[in-house]
Design a protein around this ligand. Structure first.
Ligand code: IMP
Length: 178
């Protein structure tokens, strides 16, 4: 069953994802030892990465969700960020870890960083599972990056094409876009 009749090729396996998530989790555990952290999940794409990552961070964590959308169905960013769900509590004075699925043009991450910074957290740590350095349109410095990938469209492990494929347990490259 394949909703879009696309040919998918495994790009990052479940094993490689799990190892990378554990590595980032360990680094964050060391950084925030004995401190409370507010982990912000950027919806929808980072929900799977986020839920695996927070289980690898050994400190007190509260969970927040920030919904944004910049793609309107296709495979290229509109360049316009729309907030679909705001944080439910103030984050002033808190150590915030912002968890994003992928940084493509960098526009969404920049928007999110500004939105969080304007609420005066004690600190902001940015994490992205994937980064496409060749696609960047605005400078975007990240604290933790899982994998740098080439400028191709990928799906799975939370990432979608037209709403589908988020439930794949691995990251796949799409072979046959028309
Ligand atoms: P940016 O604003 O161009 O950096 O885009 C960031 C958002 O676009 C991500 O949070 C994803 O939701 C989406 N996105 C970018 N590249 C891909 C991709 O290869 N597959 C699926 N979604 C992507």
């Amino acid at each position: 069953m394949n909703a879009k009749n696309l040919e998918l090729k495994t790009y990052i396996s479940e094993e490689k994802l799990a190892a990378k998530v554990a590595e980032i989790g360990k680094a964050l555990t060391e950084k925030f030892k004995g401190k409370k952290v507010t982990a912000v999940c950027v919806l929808k794409g980072s929900f799977m990465f986020y839920s695996d990552l927070i289980r690898q961070i050994d400190t007190d964590i509260t969970c927040e969700f920030f919904g944004v959308s910049s793609y309107h169905g296709g495979t290229t960013s509109s360049g316009e960020v729309k907030v679909t769900l705001d944080l439910s509590t103030p984050i002033e004075g808190q150590h915030v870890v912002l968890v994003e699925d992928i940084v493509d043009t960098g526009i969404t991450m920049n928007y999110l960083k500004n939105a969080i910074e304007s609420r005066k957290p004690a600190s902001l740590t940015t994490v992205a599972l994937l980064e496409k350095p060749d696609a960047l349109k605005v400078p975007c410095k990240l604290d933790h990056v899982g994998f740098q990938i080439t400028n191709e469209f990928v799906v799975g492990y939370g990432l979608d094409y037209d709403g589908y494929f988020r439930n794949l347990p691995y990251i796949a490259q799409v072979q046959n876009f028309q």
